[in-house]
Design a protein around this ligand. Structure first.
Ligand SMILES: [Zn+2]
Length: 299
């Protein structure tokens, strides 16, 4: 299968779309729209350098379901325009841009990709990545100073799952205070039940002056977070139709909220200084990439 229709190729996408035609023809109608065709023709021949794996190539536009993306408040281009070599999406490249900028600030070296950065090692900088399977994680796994995690509630938290890879509950993290210089999370926090506990734990394990780089489904028109599930009691109470997002481990994962401007106040109250940036970079094909940068202030 991989040699005939490599991962992240248009050939593989065609096979998936044909299968969908039989399984869920209504969904396919929402994907093969005029708007998506226009976007496809806009981007399919655009050359770019993937700032994750470092390769030059053209993107894979996978004809996302616009209705579903809008419901989840996830931009139409955010999870697509994949690198055909490593699978990095627009969102992955946005986070990668944040990591590379952070290394430039700390070391004075501007790498053009996470791959190039990994060739030189982390140079004493410590990273905790809450995603162990992303294209970024695949480049950094095994490096001294790089720790990643997954969430398996059926297993003991703190267990080692592989080299530098731990089973972690982000609401109660098994690491010492001030352990990491950089912490990464990418579309994870909407799935965490107790968001305040998670933010406090990230603050606790981050070194003073350290940076927490993340992205989440964010609707800047909202003052408060849009609560999808009431978690004030012991049992979840659904306020809206459940929102499930794709997940590499479980297939589908429940979202508890869509973030509004409230996130700035909540995170600042803990002691972070929070910035938000929309990144556009033609060279790396980053289109309206949303990136939060929270610094643990030096008192
Ligand atoms: Zn790539």
């Amino acid at each position: 299968m991989n040699s005939l229709a490599p991962k992240y190729s248009y050939r593989r996408l065609m096979i998936k779309l044909c299968l969908e035609l039989f399984k869920r023809p209504r969904t396919l109608n929402k994907r093969l729209t005029i708007k998506n065709l226009k976007i496809f023709f806009l981007y399919w021949q655009k050359s770019f350098r993937c700032n994750v794996c470092g390769s030059m190539g053209k993107p894979l536009f996978d004809f996302p379901d616009a209705e579903l993306r809008d419901l989840h408040k996830i931009g139409l281009l955010r999870e697509t325009l994949q690198c055909q070599k490593c699978g990095a999406t627009n969102r992955d490249r946005t986070l990668s841009h944040g990591i590379l900028s952070e290394f430039y600030i700390r070391t004075g070296i501007l790498h053009n990709s996470i791959y190039a950065l990994s060739r030189l090692g982390l140079q004493g900088i410590t990273i905790f990545d809450s995603d162990a399977f992303s294209p970024i994680s695949r480049q950094l796994k095994g490096l001294t100073g790089y720790t990643c995690s997954s969430y398996f509630p059926g297993r003991d938290f703190g267990d080692l799952l592989g080299p530098g890879h731990y089973n972690i509950d982000i609401q109660k993290i098994d690491f010492e205070n001030n352990s990491f210089d950089i912490i990464l999370s990418s579309d994870m926090m909407e799935h965490v039940r107790d968001i305040d506990a998670a933010h406090e734990e990230i603050f606790r394990i981050l070194a003073v002056g350290g940076v927490y780089l993340f992205n989440v489904p964010y609707d800047s028109s909202l003052d408060l977070n849009r609560i999808l599930v009431d978690t004030s009691g012991e049992v979840d109470i659904f306020i809206e139709q459940p929102h499930y997002h794709g997940d590499p481990l479980t297939g589908a994962i429940l979202a508890y909220r869509i973030f509004g401007k409230q996130i700035f106040k909540d995170i600042s109250n803990i002691g972070f200084c929070l910035d938000f940036e929309l990144i556009n970079n033609a060279q790396n094909l980053i289109v309206n990439g949303d990136l939060f940068r929270a610094v643990k202030k030096i008192n």
